[in-house]
Design a protein around this ligand. Structure first.
Ligand code: GLU
Length: 321
């Protein structure tokens, strides 16, 4: 039995890119007769708002996407909101720390930014951390601890990471890719990398389906699974949506990119699902279709490996009924 999930961060309105990832993740699980979970990644309370979480839930249901477990539906691995699960992250953090995987880091963001010559990380967040605090002596740590609360970084082991992505195929990351990464921020919040691994393992996910912007977080997460002796799931990364100008879809492409605005314009969910299914290679024409009508035909092989463009006529057709 496969178990998959959609794990949005409710820090803004659900846009058409989120909706597409959710639809495809849902179809993959439903086609395989598996269980689908909705998890709200609201760990960063300053950025996340309950109103967005509520809207996300309504928008997904409007599109015809349902879930077996999640907020509002009980389940064996509840709670399904990260803000309610911090004790689990703390436990994993303690385990990693006791086993020597972590070290305190006293570097400030602005100092790291100033390292103009740092080798560029493979990861989307910019230069790789050059390991400044990795080998501090206990005395040096004591002195630095007087100036600043540390973040904690995971010390990458000296080995490459390899995985076979369900859409993107074979992925290979040389040892040290991206540099040692933060698992707990200086303000005490656990990082996305740690929380997502604890939750995907704790919720018994077999398949992790998400946008390709997270592809290069995956080697980090695989190393965390291994350090915590947890089974590594299958990863499936779907290439992102781009606007007609070739730039990543965002507000600059007009208002018809949030589900809220599309609904307000009187557009039917079948029209949205039809366009999403068409650009994702599932149907031949952008015709109106119900999400559940796509289940039997779904196949990962059909999804293009390249970023997908939402054309001007499509964007226009989402702005009116
Ligand atoms: N919460 C993340 C986001 O909305 C996705 C996490 C994941 O799917 O691993 O970008």
């Amino acid at each position: 039995m496969i178990r998959g999930r959609f794990a949005p961060t409710p820090s803004g309105e659900c846009h058409i890119g989120n909706a597409r990832t959710a639809l495809l993740a849902w179809l993959q699980v439903r086609q395989a007769g598996g269980e689908f979970v909705l998890r709200l990644e609201d760990i960063d309370r300053a950025r996340c708002k309950p109103v967005y979480a509520k809207q996300m839930i309504n928008d997904l249901l409007w599109l015809g996407i349902d879930w077996d477990e999640g907020p509002g539906a009980s389940g064996p691995y509840a709670p399904y909101e990260q803000s309610e699960r911090t004790h689990k992250y703390q436990r994993a953090f303690d385990q990693l720390n006791e086993e020597g995987w972590l070290y305190p880091c006293y570097c400030r963001r602005k100092d790291l930014k100033a390292l103009a010559n740092a080798p560029h990380g493979l990861l989307s967040e910019g230069p790789a951390y050059p390991g400044i605090c990795r080998h501090l002596t206990p005395e040096e740590r004591k002195i630095k601890a007087k100036e600043k609360q540390p973040s904690y970084r995971f010390a990458l082991p000296d080995k490459p990471v390899h995985f076979n992505d369900g859409i993107m195929g074979e992925q290979f990351y040389p040892a040290g890719s991206g540099g040692d990464f933060v698992v707990r921020r200086a303000d005490g919040f656990m990082s996305y990398q740690l929380a997502v691994v604890v939750d995907d393992a704790g919720m018994r996910m077999t398949d992790v389906f998400r946008g390709a912007d997270l592809l290069d977080s995956t080697p980090r997460q695989i190393l965390l699974y291994q350090a915590l002796s947890l089974p590594v799931p299958r990863f499936i990364h779907v290439p992102l949506l781009y606007g007609p100008d070739g730039r990543r879809l965002s507000k600059r492409h007009g208002t018809a990119i949030t589900i809220h605005n599309i609904r307000s314009a009187g557009v039917q969910p079948e029209k949205v699902v039809g366009i999403l299914a068409y650009i994702s290679g599932l149907i031949d024409r952008p015709e109106a279709v119900k999400a559940k009508e796509l289940v039997s035909e779904f196949n990962l092989i059909k999804i293009p490996k390249q970023p997908v463009v939402l054309s001007m006529p499509m964007l226009r057709s989402l702005s009116h009924a």
